[in-house]
Write a protein of this length. Structure first.
Length: 367
């Protein structure tokens, strides 16, 4: 029962595992990637824990700027390492099968959560199967699982665009699709315009643009582009300075959005550029390069998939405590962080024992 938990790797883990030769290649610093992956998994927990501070600018900075970097970082990393397999149908098929198995496993884990959510909407019971199907194919059984179907659809779309139209047109199309999602972020500046009215009609049917059509393709393309131009001057020199500059402009964009917040804040115009420069800087960095941080990569998997279990337990358990909303959010965050780490330690330990058992069996069979 526990075995699939470690075969259940989010996209970046699977892609990195499939590229062991790259991990040993001095060209790529995958240890730095693992560290940031772990930190961004914690950022995801922070975003989902609720408000942690009553100071509005800090709340916005933590959740709408830093927190929004997490999933794009995962996607750009995954697509960077997947680009080499784009022409190998067998490898790509094996990768997709593994991801689908991962997603189905965790969807089963969170099926009770989805069922409770459907019940809270007071839907007729006969509509529940349709709700489960929509959740499975689009929204996810739980709020962190939207990423998997969105990544898979985006991967299919970008692969077809690159194959049929080439990288230039693929980049332009994915950017235009991403701009559609920007309407929700800048909706306060687009009031009474036909663009906003069109987006509202769309959102009434599809809920959000944070999906595999409008959100993930640009980040997948960025990963592919980085792989193709890894040694070009635009990525080879002043790597961290470019990250700092791009992040500074992202903060300025955040300031504009903060002044007049829109429907949601999933889309930032500069987010794809900040992310690709950050991934590039991590891959080229010498920081921690000689250390094996595989366990951080595996821990981030556990944190990402398991944290809603602990968040929802804590949210229910602390609902009657006389705490302010930020104090309750801090408590939920600590409990979720601690619980998901315990889960990760247990899974790492189980995985290690299973590996040792297989090695002993192999050694016995060799005599």
């Amino acid at each position: 029962m526990l075995g699939p938990l470690f075969h259940a790797k989010i996209t970046v883990e699977s892609a990195l595992a499939r590229s062991r030769n790259m991990q040993k290649n001095s060209l790529y610093n995958t240890s730095s990637i693992s560290l940031f992956q772990y930190l961004f998994a914690i950022a995801v927990i922070l975003v989902h824990s609720g408000r942690l501070t009553s100071y509005e600018p800090l709340h916005f900075g933590l959740k709408s700027i830093l927190g929004r970097l997490a999933v794009p970082f995962f996607i750009v990393c995954a697509s960077f390492f997947l680009k080499q397999s784009l022409r190998d149908a067998r490898k790509m098929k094996a990768y997709l099968v593994k991801i689908v198995k991962t997603y189905l496993f965790w969807s089963c884990v969170y099926l009770p959560y989805a069922w409770v959510f459907f019940s809270s909407l007071h839907l007729p019971v006969y509509l529940f199967p349709a709700g489960v199907l929509i959740a499975l194919l689009y929204l996810g059984m739980c709020y962190q699982l939207w990423y998997i179907p969105a990544f898979l659809l985006g991967l299919l779309l970008v692969n077809q665009l690159v194959k049929r139209l080439g990288m230039v047109w693929a980049g332009l199309i994915t950017l235009l699709l991403y701009c559609w999602g920007l309407i929700e972020t800048y909706s306060a500046y687009l009031d009474t315009t036909s663009l906003l009215k069109g987006y509202q009609l769309y959102s009434n049917l599809f809920f959000t643009a944070r999906n595999g059509l409008f959100y993930t393709p640009i980040f997948i393309f960025m990963g592919y582009y980085l792989y193709d131009h890894f040694d070009s001057p635009s990525f080879r020199v002043h790597c961290w300075q470019k990250v700092a500059l791009a992040f500074g402009f992202l903060c300025l964009e955040g300031l504009v959005i903060f002044q007049h917040e829109g429907i949601d804040k999933n889309f930032f115009l500069l987010l794809p550029f900040v992310t690709v420069y950050l991934v590039n800087a991590c891959l080229k960095s010498s920081f921690l390069k000689n250390y094996d941080l595989q366990y951080l990569k595996q821990m981030s998997v556990a944190l990402y998939f398991s944290h809603p279990i602990f968040i929802e337990w804590a949210r229910y358990g602390f609902s009657n405590l006389p705490l302010s909303y930020p104090d309750r959010g801090k408590l939920i965050f600590v409990v979720a962080l601690f619980g998901s780490h315990l889960f990760g330690v247990a899974m790492l330990s189980y995985h290690s024992r299973q590996k040792e058992r297989k090695n002993r069996s192999f050694n016995k069979g060799s005599f």
